[in-house]
Design a protein around this ligand. Structure first.
Ligand code: ATP
Ligand code: MG
Length: 351
């Protein structure tokens, strides 16, 4: 029986672990809070260690046939160390290293010939004025490292806001990006295995508030032509990266149907949670299949699906959503905090 080792124990690890048994796989989880994380109650073998603890990671990896990660800030140093010791990691640490820096991520995408919002590297306050001449306004200043859920981002609507925006992100190395007046945001979740097989879910439409995903729906309201274009772009990225696993590509669609890539996520993705009930196989099964070298069946998807995130005290809405026919998946997080993703709810239209 193959064992998959996951770095990180959050809800994505939990749902990966839950998808493993039907594939005949077992799961180990390494996390600093391994005994008290969403993945803890799945029956996965738990190892409590810091991600920087290379000796613990090597010990963990010994029993695993393949290693993967469920969040983007796993230190790549640890993963490269494991790779050098002969362990197979999918997606590869090189992909993670690329996307851990928004600047190298954007440069890679641009070098692939993919359209994205214009961007400029910002190292010091003096770079802002020239940067704004390139991006125009509004623009958004994003830290190059450690951003998630819109953290480390600050908007600039007029020149006077540039200095304060840089102060807000503590003068960390940043990227200034043109603000896009999109008509829609959408994502493509796809999977590729090491034989180069590629499958994808239909384009999903996403709604964010304050930088955090609130809701997703399939089908997206974009034209078939735009949807096909999004899938072609996702495939191109997966192939250029020689990617193995599930990959999410986030897009902005402008009013003239142009697609700009916002960012990529080398993992299962919140906007794919509807697939758990609305697709067979779902994104979690596809990720496990891809990284363990199995074939990738084309997902058979419901006609329509909606997903909403229950963030902070929105968890209190779970009972009423359930009585309205939504299926709620809780993450088993004891403490409710503002902004914390506590659960999601899915409603499928099988038609
Ligand atoms: P996550 O990793 O959780 O997706 P993040 O912190 O990496 O989030 P982004 O994806 O860069 O953040 O941005 C979060 C959201 O903020 C986007 O989905 C979008 O709604 C808005 N946003 C970000 N950049 C832009 C932009 N250039 N123009 C318009 N809206 C933007
Ligand atoms: Mg994003």
């Amino acid at each position: 029986m193959k064992r998959v080792g996951i770095f990180g124990g959050g809800q994505l690890a939990m749902m990966l672990a839950e998808a493993a048994p039907v594939l005949g796989l077992t799961v180990s989880v390494l996390a600093p809070d391994a005994d008290d994380c969403p993945a803890a109650k799945t029956g996965a073998y738990l190892v409590r260690a810091d991600y920087e603890d290379e000796a613990a990671a090597l010990e963990f990896a010994k029993d695993c046939d393949v290693l993967t990660f469920e969040f983007e800030n796993v230190p790549v140093r640890t993963l490269f160390r494991l790779q050098r010791a002969g362990h197979f990691i999918a997606p590869g640490p090189g992909v993670l290293e690329l996307i851990q820096d928004r600047l190298t991520e954007k440069q890679f995408l641009r070098d692939c010939g993919i359209e994205l919002a214009s961007f400029v590297r910002i190292d010091k306050a003096e770079d802002l004025a020239a940067g704004l001449r390139v991006t125009g306004m509004p623009a958004v200043l994003k830290t190059r490292h450690f951003g998630y859920d819109g953290k480390g981002q600050s908007w600039i609507h007029e020149p006077g806001q540039a200095g304060p925006a840089f102060d807000l992100i503590h003068h960390h190395p940043a990227v200034l990006e043109a603000g896009i007046a999109f008509v829609r945001e959408c994502s493509v979740i796809c999977a590729r295995n090491s034989s180069g097989d590629f499958v994808h879910f239909p384009v999903t439409q996403n709604q964010h508030k304050d930088g955090v995903l609130r809701a997703s729906q399939h089908p997206a309201e974009c034209s078939t032509q735009t949807a096909n274009q999004a899938i072609r772009i996702a495939r191109k990225i997966a192939e250029k990266l020689e990617y193995v696993g599930v990959l999410a590509v986030e897009f902005f669609e402008t009013d003239d149907g142009q697609l700009l890539v916002n960012e990529i996520a080398p993992r299962v993705h919140n906007s794919g949670h509807w697939t758990q009930l609305g697709a067979k196989p779902d994104q979690f099964e596809l990720h496990l299949r891809a990284i363990t070298g199995m074939d990738l069946p084309k997902p058979d998807c419901a006609a329509a699906a909606k997903m909403i995130n229950l963030i902070g005290d929105q968890i209190n809405q779970a009972p009423s959503l359930q009585s309205d026919g939504w299926t709620v998946t809780g993450y088993g997080k004891g403490v409710v905090r503002p902004g914390r993703k506590m659960a999601h709810a899915v409603k499928i239209d099988h038609k």
